[in-house]
Design a protein around this ligand. Sequence first.
Ligand SMILES: Cc1cc2nc3c(=O)[nH]c(=O)nc-3n(C[C@H](O)[C@H](O)[C@H](O)COP(=O)(O)OP(=O)(O)OC[C@H]3O[C@@H](n4cnc5c(N)ncnc54)[C@H](O)[C@@H]3O)c2cc1C
Length: 455
Amino acid sequence: MHDIVIVGGGPGGYASALYAHNFGLSVALIDDERPGGTCLIRGCIPAKQWLYVAEVFSTVSHAAEFGVVTEQPSLDWAAALARKNQTVEGLVRGLGGLLQKNGVEVITGYGRLAGPGKVEVESEEGRQTVEGEAVILASGSHARTIPGYDFDGEKIVSSDHALDWPQRPNRVAIIGGGVIGCEFASFLVDVGAEVHVFEVMDQIIPGSDAEAAKQLQRQLQKRGVKFHIGVAVDAPKVGETVVVPFGEESVEVDVVLVSVGRGPNTDDVGLNTVPAEVDQGFVVVDLDTMQTAQPGLYAVGDIVAGTPQLAHVGFAEGIAAVTHIATGRPRAVNYQAIPRVTYTHPEVAEVGLTEAQAVERGLEVETAKHVFNGIGRAIIIGDNQGFAKVVSEKGGAIVGAAVVGPQAGELIHELMFSVGWEAMPDEAAAFIHAHPTLSEAVGETLMSAAGRSLH
Ligand SMILES: Cc1cc2nc3c(=O)[nH]c(=O)nc-3n(C[C@H](O)[C@H](O)[C@H](O)COP(=O)(O)OP(=O)(O)OC[C@H]3O[C@@H](n4cnc5c(N)ncnc54)[C@H](O)[C@@H]3O)c2cc1C
């Protein structure tokens, strides 16, 4: 009998397993592959490695603008793929070592709940029942598709396949202009592919600040991405190439990448053996504790109903669940201050409410904005498009922020504090930013939000 049995070794599951050692709890972690999950093996990490390959390629291609003369670079795709695999392997192995060091028993096999406190594990060796005082379900998610676009791994692919393409595709249609679709568009166009992005909503990265999404779209368009916004595609014609029809028009490509969202892995995890509530496949939990309707059964990560599907949300929810198991006290995640980053070039990073969401909630808000155009550091690095934007309640605290531009994913974190601590613009603007840094764009925005400005 363990203190905690965890099903799924992605960020939600492995963070729970690692954190449990703070309380001296014994843990069994069940995964049907090596722990790492979507994030380490076919998500965040490999996707960001490919984006960095594109960044290096682009930097070298434009080196002459800085007086550095090189041959036009070419891309050794096999070497880039090997680099991606090496990064993933290093992190997966490192995680394995950490779990071992923390005394976590890793069990390889497929786990299903088999009543309160029981998980039946199926593996090549047979079946065994693993028991725990508490069970955390962290089985993660899988790529969804749309009718007519069943994945075949070659012509119609998900991000899982695209991260392992053996060579660069020449022409790609991306169905879905959300975070994953835009990240692939940014990477592919920068390494020379022809890219079409289809988005059925009226903006890319739906739900994001509309101005930030427009800025990203404009910059990707300038580099050659063709956007089809507010457009629903019809079923494709798959042959040597793939024809993607939409309305009276169509595009012909070599491969279609479908990125229309991710569904929870909860169909076959034994949820029918416990009285936990499930909503369209997602597990309903008490967000103060991550506990389901079945006492002692917790859910964290991408399977949780109504919380963002992000690795760091999985980490935070794992910490919340383990804290409740160990202490009986809630340690709720502050969902209001979770940074959300799209790692395109330029990056788009947000925290808290967008202006539109704040208005929808009936808040009277004001916004302040500062562009990167005049920021010395941005000019030095030749990457000075975009802006920082702060949304605050009229006469009140900062409720949200967006940054689109160089290093936005790093810069958003000081705004995370502002939103998380419900800082007044004047309080946040009182701090001095070093010169010349990109973070001056944030400093200047905060000053404007406080009713003053410098440049
Ligand atoms: C291309 C891509 C890029 C992404 N980039 C980012 C990013 O930059 N930043 C970010 O925050 N998020 C990103 N994400 C999302 C992030 O990967 C997920 O939010 C995160 O991995 C969810 O963690 P999880 O623990 O809930 O589930 P997962 O990571 O999906 O892990 C679940 C694990 O459980 C195992 N499993 C499932 N069912 C069972 C079972 N019954 N028995 C045993 N094992 C089981 C699976 O094999 C898997 O290892 C990205 C996702 C994709 C696809």
